[in-house]
Design a protein. Structure first.
Length: 581
């Protein structure tokens, strides 16, 4: 048969630099031709309904000048009040329990916040991926501020717990959203410095929390520990409303093969609400087991064992469901299989655990062993604060120039491990030069490594998956802090009981622990105070050694993050190529 004389319809040609989320090998199996060096195929068993071509990174519009600085400052303020809210409540709790007669609710003041935050956290990646970045961030700020208002105006313990839960739901999206905004503001070579500034300033909230909380509680009212979030958050909201945050991380479609109207079923699938319904109770059961174990219930009690077993079963079900959900999952396996991503997850989990142990137990050393007031202990932490901020900013700037993040992360692991190990040698009579110097060593390590997992993950994933990747990292940091703080509590409690039984058999260890870190001196005989101080100091040494061991984990996981240059190649860059679709 003679071929038809009609010319074939022209094949549309599009210029592209990257087609993300896919595997070139699978692409070839489906018979789809790709440009050399590009990744182009479809996840799953068959091609997706919508095939989107992304514009080149060079075409993405970033903001510069004063708008960039204002946006970074606003995000830094938001992360500061979020992290401040975690630690500032510690110094207010005694007066709160006195006013509401709610000593039995103390655990819930922290747990309600943490449970709500961990349960909602994985969903935030989907929200930032599918909705407007700036306005989604503003909504989370508003929810956080509403929780702060409820806490500050609380007329009962129950109202305060509800307020903490609402603030936790808002806080779930702040770290993820803030770092995702930073990724959208500037190209990759500039992000380490900006991320270092944002995270360094934000982390000041954790270490300054006891200092500000003590001052506000002593000279104003415990309610201002919550009201302080309102003016700072209001300023950040006002500035962000005036700045257009570029949607550089969204799918920018230049060609779409088919379009379809979103339905309720497709929305449920896209947000993986089934996965969320499985994950939320898993997180809650795990954290409740860690919160109650060894305090409200014995570790071998039916309640704690049941919570751990339930959490384990739900985790297995969740992983099976996530694998079935494919690219629509809250934690897509295509992301988790990337070595840099799961190694970064391991790094930030250990990093968050070591940092939280340091932040919570160093003030106890100064107040319980050294006899300092909350305000004075905050002043004594300043050497570490300054060193951490300095290292965070300097490492971020140098990382942007050198391009390689692995040396900084390995350095961070070494300095953190050595610094925390040296803090394990603290005694009742340790000089100011030594405890300040050891803080500086550990804090330099934290500053060098703070932004590295974020930078590595952003460089390893395409822009459209950064928000989901960030939710994975933030969850790792949160769960790492919760798990290792619970382990630190077990180590501290067991160690102080053993030391007191050994050195002061006539002293009731449970009475000493129940009295609190500073009030025990009013509840024991003067002859026993020195022995109890030694027991406290040795128990804190064990906790600091635990933190040093956790910090070693950051070094181990960092070895898998790869020798990668994040700088954009300026030489030998191929011209944009044309592919036929």
């Amino acid at each position: 048969m003679a071929p038809s004389s009609a010319p074939p319809s022209p094949t549309p040609k599009v210029e592209l630099t990257q087609i993300f989320n896919h595997d070139a090998a699978a692409n070839c199996e489906k018979g789809i031709e790709t440009v050399p060096g590009m990744k182009a195929s479809f996840d799953g068993e068959k091609p997706a309904d919508d095939f989107v071509i992304l514009t080149a990174d060079a075409d993405l519009q970033y903001i510069t000048g004063i708008k960039l600085y204002l946006a970074v400052a606003s995000v830094s303020l938001v992360l500061f009040i979020m992290l401040l809210d975690i630690s500032i409540i510690a110094t207010a709790i005694p007066l709160i329990t006195d006013q509401f007669h709610s000593l039995q609710d103390v655990g819930w003041y922290g747990s309600a916040y943490l449970l709500a935050s961990c349960a909602v956290q994985p969903l935030t990646g989907k929200i930032y991926t599918d909705f407007n970045l700036k306005y989604s961030f503003l909504v989370f700020i508003a929810v956080f501020e509403l929780g702060s208002i409820l806490c500050g105006a609380a007329s009962s313990s129950v109202m305060l717990i509800v307020g903490r839960a609402v603030a936790g739901m808002g806080a779930a999206g702040l770290m993820n959203g803030g770092l995702t905004i930073v990724a959208a503001l500037a190209p990759m070579p500039k992000r380490p410095a900006l991320t270092g500034i944002v995270m360094g300033f934000g982390q000041l909230g954790i270490v300054l929390g006891p200092l500000l909380g003590g001052a506000l509680t002593q000279y104003a009212s415990w309610r201002w520990c919550f009201y302080i979030n309102l003016p700072i958050g209001g300023v950040a909201i006002g500035v962000l409303l005036l700045i257009d945050i570029p949607e550089t991380l969204k799918l920018k479609a230049s060609t779409t093969m088919t379009t379809s109207k979103p339905t309720l079923a497709s929305s449920i699938t896209r947000f993986d609400l089934v996965g969320f319904a499985i994950f939320a109770p898993f997180a809650i059961m795990l954290l409740l087991a860690l919160e109650w174990g060894g305090t409200k219930y014995a570790w071998n009690s039916a309640t704690i064992i049941g919570l751990f077993c339930g959490a384990g079963a739900l985790l297995i079900i969740f992983l099976v469901w996530e694998r079935r959900a494919g690219s629509d999952a809250m934690f897509p396996f295509s992301i988790l299989r990337v070595r840099i991503v799961w190694c970064s997850f391991g790094v930030i989990t250990c990093f968050g655990g070591a940092m939280m142990i340091y932040s919570y137990y160093l003030p106890i050393y100064f107040q319980a062993v050294k006899g300092k007031s909350p305000f004075e202990s905050g002043v004594d932490i300043l050497p570490g604060i300054v060193a951490q901020l300095f290292a965070t900013v300097v490492s971020g700037i140098l990382l942007g120039k050198t391009g390689y993040y692995l040396p900084w992360m390995l350095t961070a692991g070494v300095f953190m491990s050595v610094g925390m190990g040296l803090m394990g040698s603290f005694t009742v009579f340790t000089s100011a030069a030594r405890w300040a110097g050891y803080q500086i060593v550990a804090s330099l390590g934290r500053g060098c490594g703070m932004q590295i997992p974020t930078v590595a993950m952003q460089n390893a994933l395409p822009p459209t998956q950064i928000a989901i990747g960030m939710s994975v990292l933030i969850f790792g940091q949160t769960i790492g802090g919760a798990v290792f703080l619970a382990l630190a509590q077990v180590v501290f409690g067991r160690s102080i009981v053993d030391r007191l039984k050994e050195k002061a058999p006539t002293v009731d260890p449970q009475a000493v622990i129940a009295a609190g870190a500073t009030a025990f001196q009013n509840n024991v005989e003067p002859d026993h105070i020195v022995v109890i101080l030694e027991a406290y100091n040795l128990a804190l040494n064990d906790v600091f050694f635990l933190s040093a061991g956790v910090a070693v984990g950051t070094f181990v996981f960092a070895l898998g993050m790869g020798w990668v240059d994040i700088r954009k190649k300026k030489a030998n860059t191929p011209e944009p190529q044309t592919a036929e679709v």
